[in-house]
Ligand binder design. Structure first.
Ligand code: FES
Length: 109
């Protein structure tokens, strides 16, 4: 039986980069963003607070520069470590998603 709490291993996320994962739910599931800095992993719903669009420019590919993730739709920027809005056409930040690192495995918290 597959381990439903396991999202990926740390090496799946490029250091300084991001990947996406699908999380199952009773309503069909949703996408999250997993960003990495060293051994720290930051997870957020893949939903921009501006118009609710995914932040990736193609599925699973994200724009990250100077510790900020940039929404590919209209350029809103958010801090990788907090999800806080830095600039752009929205008034709030990204919604954090609870994950934890167990050894080298990234898991649902
Ligand atoms: S949907 Fe992200 S900036 Fe508009």
């Amino acid at each position: 039986m597959a381990d439903s709490r396991l999202l990926c291993v740390l090496a799946d996320i490029p250091d300084g980069g991001a990947i996406s994962r699908h999380v199952e739910s009773a309503t069909g599931g949703f996408q999250i963003i997993l960003m990495r800095r060293g051994r720290q992993v930051f997870a957020y719903h893949n939903e921009c607070p501006h118009q609710g669009r995914h932040l990736d420019y193609v599925p699973g590919k994200f724009l990250i520069k100077n510790a900020q993730i940039i929404c590919a739709a209209h350029g809103a920027t958010f801090a990788v470590e907090s999800g806080s809005r830095i600039s752009g056409p929205c008034s709030s930040g990204l919604v954090r998603f609870p994950v934890q690192l167990e050894g080298d495995e990234v898991r649902l918290a």
